[in-house]
Design a protein around this ligand. Sequence first.
Ligand code: C2E
Ligand code: MG
Ligand code: MG
Ligand code: MG
Length: 278
Amino acid sequence: EAKNRGRGRTVNYTSNLMAKTFSLKRLADELQEAVENGEIIAHYQPIFDVRTSAIIGVEALVRWQHPRRGVLEPKAFLDVAEQLGLLHAIDDTVFRKAVAVIDHAKAAGVPLPGISVNISSQRLRDPLLLDQLASFDLPPGTVHFELLESIPFDRPDTALIKTVNAIRKLGIGIDLDDFGSGYASLVGLNQVRPDRLKIAGQLIAPITGSEESLQIVETIVRIARTFNIGVICEGVTSKAHYKKLEALGCFLQQGYYFSRPMDEDQFIAFMRTRNGLD
Ligand code: C2E
Ligand code: MG
Ligand code: MG
Ligand code: MG
């Protein structure tokens, strides 16, 4: 009996694994097609200056408009995309959409002060990147790339740092994303000298409940000031967060408390309403 149960479990485990492998393979096939078929889109989440409530920028966040499953968030497909080597194509797609939104917003009477695009290390290492970026006629200072803090910048004069500096020469800002969630490398900060760092939502979430958490954020803010780097706080979900951060002098904030990510049409409509145009 025990033997049978044991065997049954083995069978179950194996079929689970097979089902998983099968659905992963299917996801991979579908994602490959999605990239080719234009199912990769972006949603847009504004970044506010809380002193004036002005929108100082907007972040483009990738979404997969899946033909049957609806709009999928990055956690459903970015890991697989990375393994398949599709991240650079996805990043390129989102970048092009973001650049188009600059024009669309202008045409709609709500010119954007800035737009932020996430960029993977896969895309940063793409040998075509710099030539492709140079072929766009970007208004200087408008586009920012968000690089994950976890991208290793540990050695001086690496190819990556050269690429980052070349990107900056094209008038694109460099922001470090999710700062404080990984190694928070000061060596990295010193090497890259980003324009801004985005304090990770994970660090923002607990500040209303713990004095220690608030002090960690305060310390990061002080480090940023030492390096003369701007600060954006992301994942601001409540009024209490917003007030505590404002008291620390963190005026650039982003999060559900202010606005959720929206599709392009919703975002343009949102901007027009705010500007009293509709
Ligand atoms: P991220 O760049 O740090 O983006 C912030 C994430 O937090 C977004 O999730 C956003 O929707 C979410 N968020 C915004 N406000 C709040 C809030 O108040 N509370 C909470 N809990 N979450 C909030 P999303 O869109 O699921 O993106 C997840 C991550 O996927 C991004 O984190 C970024 O690392 C990556 N990603 C997004 N778009 C792209 C892209 O085009 N290319 C690459 N390579 N990565 C991307
Ligand atoms: Mg998410
Ligand atoms: Mg980001
Ligand atoms: Mg982030």
